[in-house]
Design a protein around this ligand. Structure first.
Ligand SMILES: [Zn+2]
Length: 453
């Protein structure tokens, strides 16, 4: 394959080429400290050849960032794995023990009942090194949260994190350990109010569920929703419970939303939310499956539009933990996260991907940071529909108390703190969930067989 050379149009020799900048510094008043947390080992794991989650997308992202020399702009850390004790801050001991000891060989000997109990199947298979993989990406998120806590970073990035579906007792939707919940628990040690923003294609159900009853964490998720699409939750009327009532915000979208409508809706919702809640720290999950042409996706977003949401949140100047998430077309996942890293570092990248990148061939035929990704799916979000979603959320914002004044805790508080009545509501919800579960598993099976073709 021939490599398109940057000198096709304008001739310049090797020496001159050294002086062509890969990025231009944006003019900014206040320099932000940005840190990047990445353990390259994480990209070596395999969910299985047919599984859409490809950890090597993280290596591709890292390569791309190296080729643009973005490491010059940030403090780069190679974090340690999370310890078992750290994982147990959210997950149950039984589940973590299971993850720690299970192997692809052992899993064959388990009964359907045990497999069902730990939700093991096509979505969440057991692969070699599953526990190490989970503790590596979680270790990076925790490391990033520590740098925010001790003020060494204003913005800390971990593209290998953001696994928002994992639950306390089980994995879900390709996610085993919920690094986001664990990082937020850590941030709550010193931050009175943390806002979680999720722009993955899928509902951020694991994070929402963990903080559903507290007003110290506001969760905001923008996602595809029709009641059936994975994980099945995320309707506008899931608003939180008990002290957490109105502190869960859901923005359900239909197929095919485009740049303009997504950005307008995102800004018009996030601006009043941030103003009212006044978070002291923000965690943003930047799942890349909301891009157009994603292997599992159904939106029409371009890389610039996704990045615009990150840029908008950054503009509030609040300390920020930035995480990855879904994203199943590796070349676009890496383009997006590299681009968003440049935004967070206040530099503008040349749209032409540097041709000395070892994985350069992945980015053809355009070799651009900004391929055209819109238009594959019909936009089913009418102006009227989007306006009605916005109005419902504005109504919810009206009910929000001003930023809750909270007691500061030395250790994370008990995040449940429910009354008997609320306990009962949760029990009923759990029972309903159990009933729906068989049906959901059947749907997942159908979905998987679609994936595997
Ligand atoms: Zn997703």
């Amino acid at each position: 394959m021939s490599i398109i050379n940057e000198t096709n149009t304008f001739t310049c020799d090797e020496k001159t080429k050294q002086y062509i900048p890969l990025y231009y510094e944006n003019i900014i008043s206040n320099k932000t400290n940005v840190s990047y947390h990445f353990n390259p080992e994480v990209s070596q794991y395999h969910y299985g050849s047919l599984h859409p989650m490809k950890p090597f997308r993280l290596m591709l992202t890292d390569h791309l960032m190296i080729s643009y020399k973005l490491y010059e702009k940030m403090d780069c850390y190679q974090p340690r794995k999370a310890t078992k004790e750290e994982l147990l801050q959210f997950h149950s001991e039984e589940y973590i023990n299971f993850l720690q000891t299970i192997t692809p060989e052992k899993v064959k000997t388990l009964s359907d009942q045990v497999l069902g109990k730990f939700n093991i199947g096509d979505d969440c298979p057991i692969f070699d090194g599953i526990y190490d993989y989970s503790s590596i990406y979680t270790g990076a998120s925790l490391d990033a949260s520590r740098k925010l806590i001790n003020n060494m970073s204003d913005i800390a990035i971990n593209w290998s994190g953001g696994l928002h579906h994992a639950k306390k007792f089980e994995p879900s939707g390709f996610c085993y350990v919920n690094d986001i919940v664990l990082s937020i628990i850590n941030l709550l040690r010193i931050h009175p109010r943390v806002m979680y923003i999720d722009i993955d294609l899928h509902h951020g159900d694991g994070v929402q569920e963990a903080f559903y009853t507290t007003d110290r964490v506001m969760t905001v998720s923008f996602h595809k929703y029709n009641g059936e699409f994975f994980p099945g939750t995320g309707s506008v009327d899931e608003i939180g419970l008990g002290n957490g009532k109105n502190y869960a915000i859901n923005v359900p979208l239909r197929d095919g939303i485009d740049d303009e409508n997504y950005i307008r809706l995102f800004k018009s919702i996030m601006e009043p939310l941030i103003t009212k809640f006044q978070p002291t720290c923000i965690v943003q999950q930047c799942g890349a499956d909301s891009l157009g042409y994603d292997r599992l996706g159904c939106f029409n977003l371009n890389i610039r539009a996704h990045g615009e949401c990150v840029s908008f949140i950054k503009s509030f100047g609040i300390p920020m933990l930035v995480l990855g998430g879904g994203g199943y077309t590796p070349r676009n996942v890496s383009r997006l996260w590299c681009y968003e890293t440049s935004i967070l570092n206040d530099v503008t990248l040349d749209h032409k991907i540097p041709n000395y990148l070892p994985s350069y061939n992945w980015f053809g035929p355009d070799y651009s940071l900004h391929p055209q990704l819109e238009g594959r799916i019909d936009n089913k979000n009418s102006k009227k529909y989007l306006e009605s979603v916005k109005q419902e959320i504005m109504e919810q914002i009206r009910y929000l108390n001003h930023s809750p004044s909270v007691q500061m805790y030395d250790i994370p508080p008990d995040i449940t703190g429910l009354t008997d009545e609320e306990d009962e509501i949760i029990n009923e919800l759990n029972m309903e969930f159990e009933k729906d579960r068989d049906e959901k598993m059947m749907r997942d099976d159908l979905r998987n067989s679609e994936l595997m073709v």
